[in-house]
Write a protein that binds this ligand. Structure first.
Ligand SMILES: Cc1cc2nc3c(=O)[nH]c(=O)nc-3n(C[C@H](O)[C@H](O)[C@H](O)COP(=O)(O)OP(=O)(O)OC[C@H]3O[C@@H](n4cnc5c(N)ncnc54)[C@H](O)[C@@H]3O)c2cc1C
Ligand code: FES
Length: 251
């Protein structure tokens, strides 16, 4: 099935320095989208390969994504203005698998907070978001609107909880039961969350980030190591993930 669409940019906001929040008109994508899936975006300029960006939110006819300017692709993407058309492939990959009625803990770090916004809207959810400092805190209002139990953490203590989101989550889990942990963030956060989940025997799903080429399982740029053997020892993050059961991946 064709999954490439030309989508009009209908809202553009700079959330903090170099971090942009885009809303595009994308009825075909929003109809199929699931929390945790991603878009593969042709950023324009001289870039040949698309760049993967998570779906942050979606609704009737629109998809929202947010990104930090890192290199050539995201620099080009940040130049787009409202009314411009953006070439987007998606939705791609497998998102978070949720269960009705579960008591969930959601933890995100840095740009990893974007794909977990949809999870924050579910009942019985506690959310922990980690940022380097106060200036880098983004989408606080969106998360607080979505959920009444949100802890914002900063590594340097300049805002909210003073310390890593993992520490805040750990303290919470000592006092509260959780049926599942969902996480998206930098590798050290994923590793720590996986360890805590294993130690406390709580099921856990992690959203992984690897550099990508094709985004559709053909080039093997994005493989991650898994606990499987033989051919199953490595899996493509683009098609088998980006969300994996924590027990399945080796970090
Ligand atoms: C499934 C998935 C979802 C993502 N969702 C988001 C999102 O919602 N918002 C967002 O800001 N970013 C997200 N990313 C990361 C984003 O794809 C990269 O930042 C982007 O591709 C960089 O492209 P560039 O051309 O600007 O930079 P490049 O010139 O390609 O790279 C600039 C720097 O970023 C590093 N880099 C590039 N790609 C990755 C990657 N995948 N993981 C770690 N480091 C990388 C490079 O090593 C280099 O140091 C996601 C990545 C994946 C795989
Ligand atoms: S990006 Fe090509 S196989 Fe995943």
């Amino acid at each position: 099935m064709k999954k490439i669409y030309s989508c009009e940019l209908i809202m553009k906001t700079e959330l903090c320095r170099g971090v942009y929040d885009y809303v595009v008109k994308a009825p075909e994508i929003s109809e199929l989208a699931e929390i945790g899936q991603f878009l593969h975006i042709n950023c324009g300029g001289k870039t040949l390969l698309r760049r993967p960006i998570s779906i942050c939110d979606f609704g009737e006819g629109f998809v929202r994504f947010a990104f930090q300017v890192k290199g050539e692709g995201t620099t080009e993407l940040a130049k787009r203005e409202v009314g411009d058309m953006i070439d987007i492939m998606g939705p791609l990959g497998h998102g978070f698998k949720t269960t009705e009625g579960e008591k969930a803990v959601v933890i995100g770090g840095g740009i990893g907070v974007f794909p977990v916004l949809g999870l924050a809207r579910r009942k019985n959810t506690a959310v922990f978001l980690g940022f380097r400092n106060k200036d880098m805190v983004v989408m606080e209002d969106d998360f607080k609107e979505a959920c009444d139990n949100v802890t914002i953490c900063t590594d340097d203590g300049s805002y909210g909880y003073d310390g890593f989101a993992i520490a805040a989550m750990g303290e919470y889990l000592l006092e509260n039961k959780a049926d599942i942990i969902y996480c998206c963030g930098p590798k050290p956060m994923l590793k720590a969350v996986k360890q805590i989940a294993e130690h406390m025997n709580i099921p856990c799903q992690l959203s992984l980030e690897e550099r990508m080429g094709c985004g559709i399982g053909a080039c093997l740029t994005c493989v991650c190591k898994t606990t499987g053997t033989g051919m199953a020892e490595h899996k493509q993050v683009c098609t088998c993930g980006p969300v994996f059961d924590a027990k399945e991946v080796v970090l």
